[in-house]
Write a protein that binds this ligand. Structure first.
Ligand code: ABU
Length: 492
């Protein structure tokens, strides 16, 4: 049976073939999902790229593939992809595959909607506006606006664009011509998207002044003040500070109240990149980490990170109700006709930079419905509790050294000093030797597929591990197992 016959459910097509195909796919996917979370399954099945190229049937043929060939393609894709649902995938700022969220994605993809006008996406339009309003309320604003954005980097880019527009509204029509040299500020541990977006948007990466951080990774506000004065003395025009709530590596929360005071005095747009740490706002016990966020002009908050919604689910929120529309509207007359028969304020697409836009709200809305707000709070609290348990545990184990004594978020950064190096601590080449440990252990864990934890250097620190917790099904026994596994991988 050529697979080309399965492309449609239309009455003219062989609908029974389509149903048979989707039923088989569903079966394979469900089998995969069932074993994916089992602790005795592999996190990844490492194959070198050259070999994987040969295993996978990547090339297209002139003739259609058969249904069996397509089933093989799907099976291979599942088999050789990384198993993010596995409890020991601790590598990145996203993990787990929430079952309700997954169901949400299925529904979304079945509908194949694009969210720009109410007429083509009535349910998702209302859902987006409701979820964004609820998130703004949690941030601490009574009004404002927001969007679902294709990732936190782009959301940070929205912030830069709005901050500039707020100060110089003529930029929309006249462009950069005639603007002074604008300067923005962020910490040296902020996400790299800030610099990248500043380059893209014509601010220039040299005009992103990188403020020093303290030993825990928080922005040094004394240095921020100095840098603002430096920019002015050089003839630059400061326009924005981008603080971070939950830095990518150390999970540091910048002192938002102090930064808000400075922004207020200097009349600067105050953005908070809470892509990672925003989830802590859901917890009564942890939201103090973001104290002052309600004073921000804009916030990036990615539910696919700490709240563990399936990828991708990123939001950009602002307390200014009309600015997204004013800054981005292009009023395409073939899409956003003002003489439609319904209230066209529900045609929300014009405030976005994208035109066609996939639905990212539904999976998150469905998860939130299923857990309730209390369930999301419980999820976040559990992550922080497990992070504390893990941190306490490694404090007591020989060979483990914390990068910061008291991690603020649920990323825990540490070195593992294998027994063979322990007597060398303090010697001149110790750092160089330690720098090689994490990459070697990472290779071992990838080749065995037992676990995934990332590593990186930072400033003058040699390579260290960063374990990230977003999976609230992890238990104390899992934490004990992870510690033992690190010790096992570090032997030899
Ligand atoms: N958005 C950045 C996340 C990268 C990471 O997971 O480490």
């Amino acid at each position: 049976m050529p697979a080309s016959e399965i492309s449609s459910f239309a009455a003219s097509g062989p609908a029974d073939t389509s149903v048979r195909f989707l039923t088989r796919v569903q079966q394979i996917v469900l089998e995969h999902a069932e074993q994916a979370e089992r602790r005795d399954s592999k996190v990844s099945r490492w194959v070198d790229p050259e070999r994987l190229q040969k295993i996978l049937d990547l090339q297209f043929n002139d003739q259609p593939a058969s249904m069996e060939q397509l089933m093989d393609c799907i099976s291979d894709t599942l088999r050789y992809s990384v198993n993010i649902a596995h409890p020991y995938f601790l590598n990145q700022l996203y993990s787990t595959v929430d079952r309700v969220g997954l169901a949400g994605q299925w529904v979304t993809d079945t509908l194949n909607a694009s969210v720009y006008t109410y007429e083509v996406a009535p349910v998702f339009t209302l859902m987006e506006e409701m979820v964004l309003a609820k998130m703004r309320q949690i941030v601490g604003w009574s009004s404002g606006d927001g969007i679902f954005s294709p990732g936190g980097s782009i959301a940070n880019g929205y912030a830069i664009n709005l901050a500039r527009f707020h100060k110089f509204p003529q930029v929309k029509s006249k462009g950069l011509y005639g603007l002074p040299r604008l300067v923005m500020f962020t910490s040296e541990e902020a996400h790299y998207s800030i610099v990248k977006m500043a380059g893209l948007e014509g601010i220039g990466i040299d005009n992103v002044y990188q403020v020093r951080t303290d030993s825990t990774g928080r922005m040094d506000v004394g240095h921020l003040k100095q840098e603002i004065q430096r920019a002015k003395s050089e003839g630059g025009v400061p326009f924005m500070v981008s603080a971070t709530a939950g830095t990518t590596v150390l999970g540091a929360f910048d002192p938002l109240e102090d930064i808000a005071d400075i922004c207020n005095e200097e009349k600067l747009w105050f953005h908070v990149d809470a892509a990672w740490g925003g989830g802590a706002l859901m917890s009564t016990r942890r939201r103090h980490l973001l104290s002052g966020i309600d004073r921000a002009d804009s916030v990036t908050w990615n539910p696919h990170k700490m709240l563990a919604a399936p990828q991708q689910c990123s939001t950009f929120l602002t307390k200014h109700p009309k600015i997204l529309q004013e800054c981005h509207s292009a009023s395409a007359s073939y899409l956003f006709q003002k003489d439609k028969f319904y209230d066209t304020s529900y045609d929300i697409g014009d405030k976005h930079l994208q035109c066609g836009r996939r639905v990212d709200v539904f999976k998150f809305w469905l998860m939130w419905k299923s857990k309730g707000t209390a369930g999301l709070e419980e999820h976040v609290d559990r992550l922080f509790d497990m992070a504390e348990y893990f941190t306490d545990k490694i404090r007591q184990r020989p060979g483990f050294r914390l990068v910061i004594e008291k991690p603020q978020c649920t990323n825990i950064s540490f070195w593992y000093v294998p027994p063979s190096l322990r007597d060398l601590e303090g010697q001149p080449d110790f750092k160089e030797k330690l720098n090689k440990v994490a990459p070697l252990m990472k290779e071992r864990m990838m080749r065995e597929g037992t676990m995934m934890i990332t590593y990186q250097p930072l400033k003058d620190h040699p390579n260290f591990f960063r374990l990230v917790l977003q999976n609230s099904s992890l238990t104390r026994e899992d934490m004990d197992h992870i510690v033992q596994e690190i010790e096992r991988l570090g032997r030899g």
